[in-house]
Design a protein around this ligand. Structure first.
Ligand code: 3QA
Length: 230
Protein backbone atom coordinates (compact mmCIF):
# COMPACT_ATOMS: atom_id res chain seq x y z
CA UNK A 1 0.00 0.00 0.00
CA UNK A 2 1.32 3.41 -0.98
CA UNK A 3 -0.75 6.46 -0.08
CA UNK A 4 -0.83 9.64 -2.15
CA UNK A 5 -1.66 12.81 -0.26
CA UNK A 6 -2.23 15.87 -2.38
CA UNK A 7 -3.14 19.50 -1.91
CA UNK A 8 -3.46 22.34 -4.39
CA UNK A 9 -1.32 25.01 -2.70
CA UNK A 10 2.03 24.84 -0.85
CA UNK A 11 0.27 25.91 2.37
CA UNK A 12 -1.92 22.81 2.13
CA UNK A 13 0.95 20.30 2.11
CA UNK A 14 3.60 22.02 4.26
CA UNK A 15 2.09 20.66 7.51
CA UNK A 16 2.29 17.18 5.93
CA UNK A 17 5.84 17.13 4.56
CA UNK A 18 7.19 18.46 7.84
CA UNK A 19 5.99 15.22 9.49
CA UNK A 20 7.53 12.74 6.99
CA UNK A 21 10.76 10.86 7.48
CA UNK A 22 13.21 9.60 4.84
CA UNK A 23 12.05 12.28 2.40
CA UNK A 24 13.14 12.09 -1.23
CA UNK A 25 12.10 14.85 -3.61
CA UNK A 26 11.66 14.42 -7.35
CA UNK A 27 10.36 16.85 -9.93
CA UNK A 28 8.04 16.37 -12.85
CA UNK A 29 6.23 18.95 -15.00
CA UNK A 30 7.13 21.74 -12.59
CA UNK A 31 5.70 19.91 -9.58
CA UNK A 32 7.71 18.51 -6.67
CA UNK A 33 6.82 15.05 -5.31
CA UNK A 34 7.83 14.22 -1.73
CA UNK A 35 8.22 10.47 -1.16
CA UNK A 36 8.55 9.59 2.49
CA UNK A 37 7.37 7.50 5.40
CA UNK A 38 4.70 8.33 7.98
CA UNK A 39 3.72 5.90 10.74
CA UNK A 40 5.66 3.18 8.92
CA UNK A 41 3.67 3.68 5.73
CA UNK A 42 4.95 4.79 2.34
CA UNK A 43 3.41 8.09 1.30
CA UNK A 44 3.90 10.49 -1.60
CA UNK A 45 2.90 14.11 -1.02
CA UNK A 46 2.51 16.83 -3.65
CA UNK A 47 0.69 20.06 -4.34
CA UNK A 48 -0.71 20.42 -7.82
CA UNK A 49 -1.15 24.19 -8.14
CA UNK A 50 -4.63 25.67 -8.36
CA UNK A 51 -7.49 24.38 -10.50
CA UNK A 52 -8.88 21.29 -12.19
CA UNK A 53 -6.26 20.82 -14.92
CA UNK A 54 -3.21 20.98 -12.64
CA UNK A 55 -4.99 18.75 -10.11
CA UNK A 56 -5.77 16.12 -12.76
CA UNK A 57 -2.14 16.08 -13.88
CA UNK A 58 -0.81 15.62 -10.35
CA UNK A 59 -3.34 12.95 -9.40
CA UNK A 60 -2.52 11.00 -12.56
CA UNK A 61 1.21 11.26 -11.89
CA UNK A 62 0.81 10.09 -8.27
CA UNK A 63 -1.06 7.02 -9.44
CA UNK A 64 0.78 6.09 -12.61
CA UNK A 65 4.39 7.04 -11.83
CA UNK A 66 4.51 6.65 -8.04
CA UNK A 67 2.17 3.65 -8.00
CA UNK A 68 -0.01 5.02 -5.21
CA UNK A 69 -3.08 2.87 -4.64
CA UNK A 70 -4.99 5.26 -2.38
CA UNK A 71 -5.33 9.04 -2.79
CA UNK A 72 -6.24 11.47 -0.01
CA UNK A 73 -6.77 15.16 -0.76
CA UNK A 74 -6.23 17.72 1.99
CA UNK A 75 -7.01 21.41 1.75
CA UNK A 76 -9.36 24.30 2.35
CA UNK A 77 -12.77 25.18 0.90
CA UNK A 78 -15.42 27.85 0.77
CA UNK A 79 -18.51 27.03 2.85
CA UNK A 80 -21.98 26.85 1.36
CA UNK A 81 -23.89 25.11 4.16
CA UNK A 82 -24.79 27.34 7.15
CA UNK A 83 -23.60 24.51 9.38
CA UNK A 84 -20.01 25.13 8.30
CA UNK A 85 -17.91 27.77 10.05
CA UNK A 86 -14.30 28.72 9.39
CA UNK A 87 -12.04 25.86 10.54
CA UNK A 88 -14.78 23.20 10.31
CA UNK A 89 -14.07 19.97 8.45
CA UNK A 90 -16.09 18.51 5.58
CA UNK A 91 -15.59 15.22 3.74
CA UNK A 92 -17.07 14.77 0.29
CA UNK A 93 -19.50 11.93 -0.18
CA UNK A 94 -19.65 13.08 -3.80
CA UNK A 95 -18.12 15.71 -6.05
CA UNK A 96 -19.43 17.58 -9.06
CA UNK A 97 -18.11 20.17 -11.53
CA UNK A 98 -20.22 23.31 -11.21
CA UNK A 99 -18.62 24.95 -14.26
CA UNK A 100 -19.17 22.05 -16.68
CA UNK A 101 -22.03 23.12 -18.93
CA UNK A 102 -23.48 21.53 -22.07
CA UNK A 103 -27.02 22.41 -21.02
CA UNK A 104 -27.66 23.72 -24.58
CA UNK A 105 -28.17 20.07 -25.50
CA UNK A 106 -30.70 19.40 -22.76
CA UNK A 107 -28.22 17.84 -20.33
CA UNK A 108 -28.12 18.80 -16.66
CA UNK A 109 -25.38 21.06 -15.31
CA UNK A 110 -22.19 19.15 -14.56
CA UNK A 111 -22.93 16.35 -17.02
CA UNK A 112 -21.13 15.19 -20.14
CA UNK A 113 -21.79 11.91 -21.98
CA UNK A 114 -20.13 8.92 -20.27
CA UNK A 115 -19.57 11.02 -17.15
CA UNK A 116 -21.59 11.51 -13.97
CA UNK A 117 -22.87 14.72 -12.42
CA UNK A 118 -21.76 13.54 -8.99
CA UNK A 119 -18.82 11.14 -8.38
CA UNK A 120 -18.85 9.26 -5.05
CA UNK A 121 -15.75 8.90 -2.85
CA UNK A 122 -14.53 5.64 -1.31
CA UNK A 123 -16.80 4.45 1.49
CA UNK A 124 -14.00 2.76 3.48
CA UNK A 125 -11.90 5.92 3.60
CA UNK A 126 -15.00 7.89 4.63
CA UNK A 127 -15.60 5.42 7.46
CA UNK A 128 -12.00 5.76 8.63
CA UNK A 129 -12.53 9.54 8.71
CA UNK A 130 -15.67 9.16 10.81
CA UNK A 131 -13.83 6.91 13.27
CA UNK A 132 -10.99 9.42 13.58
CA UNK A 133 -13.50 12.23 14.16
CA UNK A 134 -15.37 10.36 16.87
CA UNK A 135 -12.12 9.29 18.58
CA UNK A 136 -10.93 12.90 18.64
CA UNK A 137 -14.34 14.37 19.41
CA UNK A 138 -14.23 16.46 16.24
CA UNK A 139 -17.23 17.62 14.26
CA UNK A 140 -17.10 16.25 10.71
CA UNK A 141 -19.67 17.11 8.09
CA UNK A 142 -20.27 14.85 5.13
CA UNK A 143 -21.77 16.30 1.97
CA UNK A 144 -21.47 17.26 -1.66
CA UNK A 145 -18.47 19.34 -2.69
CA UNK A 146 -18.72 21.37 -5.90
CA UNK A 147 -15.58 22.07 -7.92
CA UNK A 148 -14.93 24.68 -10.60
CA UNK A 149 -12.18 26.83 -12.03
CA UNK A 150 -13.40 29.89 -10.14
CA UNK A 151 -12.62 31.40 -6.76
CA UNK A 152 -16.20 32.10 -5.70
CA UNK A 153 -16.63 35.36 -3.81
CA UNK A 154 -20.21 36.05 -4.75
CA UNK A 155 -23.40 35.09 -2.90
CA UNK A 156 -25.48 34.73 -6.08
CA UNK A 157 -23.02 32.26 -7.62
CA UNK A 158 -22.77 30.40 -4.32
CA UNK A 159 -26.58 30.08 -4.03
CA UNK A 160 -26.81 28.90 -7.61
CA UNK A 161 -24.26 26.15 -6.87
CA UNK A 162 -26.16 25.21 -3.73
CA UNK A 163 -29.50 25.00 -5.55
CA UNK A 164 -28.15 23.23 -8.63
CA UNK A 165 -25.93 20.62 -6.99
CA UNK A 166 -27.18 20.54 -3.35
CA UNK A 167 -23.55 21.28 -2.51
CA UNK A 168 -22.31 22.05 1.02
CA UNK A 169 -18.88 23.45 0.12
CA UNK A 170 -16.94 24.48 -2.95
CA UNK A 171 -13.35 24.47 -4.14
CA UNK A 172 -11.31 24.18 -7.33
CA UNK A 173 -9.79 20.66 -7.52
CA UNK A 174 -11.80 17.88 -5.88
CA UNK A 175 -14.01 16.79 -8.76
CA UNK A 176 -11.10 16.58 -11.20
CA UNK A 177 -9.23 14.32 -8.77
CA UNK A 178 -12.46 12.30 -8.53
CA UNK A 179 -12.62 11.90 -12.31
CA UNK A 180 -9.00 10.71 -12.48
CA UNK A 181 -9.19 8.31 -9.52
CA UNK A 182 -12.49 6.80 -10.61
CA UNK A 183 -11.25 6.36 -14.18
CA UNK A 184 -8.06 4.66 -12.92
CA UNK A 185 -9.93 2.67 -10.26
CA UNK A 186 -8.09 4.14 -7.25
CA UNK A 187 -10.02 4.61 -3.97
CA UNK A 188 -9.90 8.31 -3.05
CA UNK A 189 -11.02 10.72 -0.38
CA UNK A 190 -11.46 14.51 -0.28
CA UNK A 191 -11.18 16.45 2.98
CA UNK A 192 -11.44 20.21 3.31
CA UNK A 193 -11.39 22.65 6.22
CA UNK A 194 -13.35 25.84 5.70
CA UNK A 195 -11.32 29.00 4.99
CA UNK A 196 -14.15 31.35 3.93
CA UNK A 197 -17.82 31.43 2.98
CA UNK A 198 -17.52 32.09 -0.76
CA UNK A 199 -19.25 35.46 -0.30
CA UNK A 200 -18.21 39.12 -0.50
CA UNK A 201 -15.65 38.63 2.28
CA UNK A 202 -14.18 35.43 0.83
CA UNK A 203 -10.95 36.95 -0.47
CA UNK A 204 -10.19 38.57 2.85
CA UNK A 205 -11.14 35.51 4.93
CA UNK A 206 -9.19 33.20 2.65
CA UNK A 207 -5.98 35.17 3.14
CA UNK A 208 -6.57 35.23 6.89
CA UNK A 209 -7.47 31.55 7.40
CA UNK A 210 -5.72 29.62 4.61
CA UNK A 211 -2.82 28.57 6.81
CA UNK A 212 -4.74 27.67 9.96
CA UNK A 213 -7.49 25.77 8.13
CA UNK A 214 -4.97 23.96 5.92
CA UNK A 215 -3.25 22.76 9.08
CA UNK A 216 -6.53 21.51 10.58
CA UNK A 217 -7.14 19.46 7.43
CA UNK A 218 -3.55 18.15 7.25
CA UNK A 219 -3.52 17.06 10.91
CA UNK A 220 -6.74 15.15 10.36
CA UNK A 221 -5.34 13.43 7.26
CA UNK A 222 -2.27 12.27 9.20
CA UNK A 223 -4.53 10.77 11.87
CA UNK A 224 -6.32 8.93 9.09
CA UNK A 225 -3.05 7.56 7.71
CA UNK A 226 -2.40 6.16 11.21
CA UNK A 227 -5.70 4.26 10.96
CA UNK A 228 -5.18 2.92 7.45
CA UNK A 229 -3.89 -0.65 7.48
CA UNK A 230 -0.45 -0.99 5.94
C1 3QA B 1 -8.04 29.34 -3.97
C2 3QA B 1 -7.55 27.95 -3.61
C3 3QA B 1 -7.87 26.94 -4.67
O1 3QA B 1 -6.89 25.92 -4.70
C4 3QA B 1 -9.20 26.37 -4.22
C5 3QA B 1 -8.28 27.48 -2.39
C6 3QA B 1 -11.29 28.02 -0.62
N1 3QA B 1 -12.22 29.01 -0.76
C7 3QA B 1 -12.68 28.97 -2.04
C8 3QA B 1 -13.62 29.74 -2.74
N2 3QA B 1 -13.85 29.45 -4.05
C9 3QA B 1 -13.18 28.44 -4.64
N3 3QA B 1 -12.26 27.68 -4.02
C10 3QA B 1 -12.00 27.94 -2.72
N4 3QA B 1 -9.06 26.35 -2.78
C11 3QA B 1 -7.08 29.96 -4.88
S1 3QA B 1 -7.30 31.62 -5.22
C12 3QA B 1 -6.20 32.48 -4.18
C13 3QA B 1 -4.79 32.36 -4.63
O2 3QA B 1 -3.95 33.25 -3.97
C14 3QA B 1 -10.29 26.13 -2.05
C15 3QA B 1 -11.14 27.34 -1.81
N5 3QA B 1 -14.30 30.74 -2.16
C16 3QA B 1 -2.66 33.20 -4.48
C17 3QA B 1 -1.90 34.45 -4.16
O3 3QA B 1 -2.12 35.39 -5.19
Amino acid sequence: MKIAIMGAMPEEIEPLISKLSDVRVTEYAANKYYEGVYDGKDVVVAYSKIGKVFAALTATRLIEKFACDRLLFSGVAGAISDELQIGDLIIADGLCQHDLDITSFGHPHGFVPEGDVCIPTDINLRNIAKNVASKKGLKLKEGVIATGDQFVANSDRKEWIEDTFKADALEMEGASVAVVCTSLDIPFFILRAISDSADMDAGFDFDEFLESSAKISADFILSMVEEIEA
